[in-house]
Ligand binder design. Sequence first.
Ligand SMILES: [Zn+2]
Length: 829
Amino acid sequence: MILLQKHDTSRARLRAILKYILIEGGIRVLLQIATTQPEKNVQEVREYDLSLDVDYTGLKYSGKVTVDLESIGDVSLNAVGQQINSVTSGSKGVPFKHDGKVLAIQTGKFSGPLEIEFNSKISDNFTGFYKASYGDGYILSTHLEAVQARKVFPCLDHPAYKAAFRVKVRTDANLSVISNMPIESETTEDGKNTTTFQKTPKMSTYLLYLGVGKFVQEKGRHGKTELYAAYADRPTGKINTGFSFEATQKVLDYYELYFGIPFQLPKLHNVAVPEFAYGAMENWGAITYREILLHVDKDTSIRAKKSVAHVIAHEIAHMWFGDLVTMKWWDDLWLNESFATFMDYKSTDRAYPDWKVWQDFVRTSTSGAMGRDSLTKTHPIMANVHDPEEIEELFDEISYGKGASILRMIEAYIGSENFKRGVAQYLQKFRYSNASGQDLWSNLQEASGTDVSRIMEGWISQEGFPVVKVSLTGNKLVLEQERFLLTGGTSKQIWPIPVTMNVDGKTQLLLLDKKKSEVNLATTPKSLKINVDQTGFYVVQYDGRALQDLVWKGRLSSFDRWGLVNDAKAFLLSGRMPFKEYLDLVEKYQNEVEYLPAIELSDQLSFLYQIAPSKLAETSRKFHSAGLKIFETKKDDNSTTLKGVIAARLTLLDDAYAKSAGSKFKDLASVEPDMKRSVVMGYARSSNDYDGLISRYTKSATDEERLRFLEGLVSFKNPELIAKTLDFALSGKVKRQDVRNVILYATSNPDGRTVVWQWFKKNMTKLEVMYAGTAQFSIILREYFSIIGVGLAAEVEKFFSEHKIIGADIALERLRVYDQLAKRINATS
Ligand SMILES: [Zn+2]
């Protein structure tokens, strides 16, 4: 599963993410095991035969599921929200009890099929079998990860209980139905269609898919696999799926070769869902996406196109890693997500080499994970979770970004060929079955002859990450590790760190697995850089000016130069680096010509401008103004993206620029797609034309266009107009999935901050209800309130002490860090 990443604000580096975590709930969790493990007697579920009769207009359905299973005692199934009418075996009734969550059936020791008849309703939030609206119409679509299958039909909703599924749906004859497998037969009777699908291979319940509605379906092919793109049919706003087919074919090519296993199902659907809380979901053979993630046309920005490729690559990686081989239990969810994230970059890098996407990996996945993991409110990658209700909490930057970064670190350590062999071996061994992280390490270990397990355990079982402190006396290099925390302080933790160093142009490797290590170099080095190409998940602090200067003496890759300023930001935030020293470093990046360091600097200066606008306005304006001139002349895709980002940010910093950019608004259609944002924002800032922008928003045909106008609508200088837009976001005229974006955009505009805070307090409950069952609400808290609250820290703290909300403690810890930094910056003369 994935959520969208936003490259466009300084909060941006926070990839794809959902809810916040509460591992400290361990004790509470243990107490609940007894009631949340219906699987205690059931040995095996062989097959589900699921028939649904869907009343499309009435938004309800009746169903019958035949569960073929083997049990050593009474059978319990998960069943949430259904009304259970009968349970039979053969034609005989079996006594049962249903408490609304668990269906307890008095079978005694049992083997064979149990038939259950039930009724249920279509959900109106984003989980289970739900209604996804567009304009005047809607489709019905499922989202079952993590534990939502039980909301659709009675089942043993546990990833290790893999079973085959037969699915049959009866509904209005003018609708079509999509599921994981190809259609086996279709019959029509009394204006109703019955669609029967081929039996699936053994798979976990959370991967089942059902879509019902008026779909446009386009067809393609990859080898033996039939490819489809499906989207809700409508008069305007067609989804242009050409590029999504191309990306799908390219990444399938790559994965089949890399994993050594062909795609397993006869067909693969990419389904665009009009309203979707997440970015995409890897239902086996029927992947769901937000509409914006399948649509690319001539007006699509490169930035949006890149995210289309990435998300497709991520989801298709799951077809092997997650769907074919599945984690035994949700505590290894991170392995699914980390691996899909890591493979996404590998395959996209191969499919679109010009994008050099590993640069985006470090600045989003690695850096985003470090940002979260340098708080005290973090958790180990491997979370000790027993209660299914808390699984949702696990989709975060640690599970995706940190896990993927650790995989990249291990790959660099054992070599890419060994890594690939170990992965292929692992998938072969566990296909159509379940496995744990340990199983993967064993295979990587076997393939490489390196002690992978010990290193991995050291990184996944403990929270946080180290700072490696480096000092040099003559030719004696001393490396010392300690935990890095933004709040200062440290701990006694030790990590097994594969440290790479470039000494006088030669790369050396050493495993720093104790507190301190000394290395005697052959001679006193003339240049030195630790963490070569930033493959390691740690920051590096060089002791003393002389050593810091040595770092700049060698040849530094764009990754290395990114790493130096990325680490500097962490040190600035934690108080390890004074603001003046940070500004000296920033000077080295004036007139930066390379994408990765340049976009990082743009991110950082925009972030600092948000928390200390008056002190940063000029530095940031100067950087962005120079950057725009530099990248204006470059024509490659990354430069085009960067130019768009820089121009948009410049409209917030420079009124004259906003005016000149805004003057192109009347010819918006002919503006280069990546530059359209800056034109819309510039127009908003220089015109205050609320009605004009609303009217353009209303007429927009694509989600990207709509989001662009929404961003314009909160980029005004006039706070009253921003407030008006925020209210508009809740008027029903903005897709619920996009309300979060509106808040994000408003947060990036320092003129809107106070307004966002007032509005949030008023509408908090509405947002909470709207995003119930997903992590969207806590993302809003976690990612935006640490910025909005700067300067209002006491008030925000008081508010959240009165309103206990998941995610608030993370937001508050960040806020304290940012607020302190703002004070330090503002006190700097
Ligand atoms: Zn995923």
